[in-house]
Design a protein around this ligand. Structure first.
Ligand code: GAR
Length: 205
């Protein structure tokens, strides 16, 4: 039997998306092996979740920058994933931008989940940006990473209706329900070799 695709999950926060991936893998719904979980935040709960499930959890200090990794740190992230045979990088609430060395080491092999319907509301707290703007619908987007913030080819999106009495928290909660549905689905499609990138477009067979 062919070797399973090995994924490396990167996150900075509570790791609810990691949990949904773990649950789907455990249920036999996604043919991947979670090789490691890596964080730029030593006390992030995402690392704890990984340990609880017997997955290698690794903290790699990000260096002195706030929104990206230092060059040496970025090289360590790449080496960490390569050493573990990772074929797909999965950003799950990883709050730093990746630069060329990382992206070139994994061309069209890093995906991200973003809590809005891109290209609307790139950047931080996208659910709050949507609420403040007054849109009726927002959602979440899974896309490939390229240079530029939240700009890569879009693989899948899910729509969430904004309610009149939504707070940032209630809206984010409903967006996360959709995230936990579509992120494992995209990983499954990629693991099954059904996703191809043609310029800006992603073709799903
Ligand atoms: C998710 O809502 C994800 O879309 C968002 O961070 C949250 C992480 O939640 N990512 C971004 O905003 C990236 N620009 P989690 O730690 O519970 O998976």
């Amino acid at each position: 039997m062919a070797e399973k695709l090995r994924i490396g999950v990167l996150g900075s926060g509570k790791g609810s998306n990691l949990q949904s991936i773990i649950d789907n893998v455990a249920a036999g719904k996604i043919p991947v092996k979670i090789a490691c979980v890596v964080s730029d935040v030593e006390e992030a709960y995402i690392l704890e979740r990984a340990r609880k499930h017997g997955i290698e959890a690794i903290y790699i200090p990000p260096g002195k920058h706030k929104t990206k990794l230092d060059a040496e740190s970025e090289a360590q992230y790449v080496k960490c994933l390569k050493d573990r045979g990772v074929g797909l990088g999965v950003l799950a609430g990883f709050m730093r931008m990746l630069k060329e060395p990382f992206i070139e080491a994994f061309p069209n092999r890093i995906i991200n989940i973003h809590p809005s319907l891109l290209p609307a509301f790139r950047g931080l707290e996208a659910w709050k940006q949507a609420l403040d703007y007054g849109v009726r619908y927002t959602g979440c987007t899974v896309h490939f990473i390229e240079m530029g913030m939240d700009t890569g080819p879009i693989i899948m999106q899910a729509v969430v209706e904004v309610k009149d009495d939504d707070t940032p928290e209630t809206l984010h909660q409903r967006i996360q329900v959709q995230e936990h549905r579509i992120y494992p689905e995209v990983i499954r499609l990629i693991a099954e070799g059904r996703v191809a990138v043609k310029g800006r477009k992603v073709i799903v067979r």
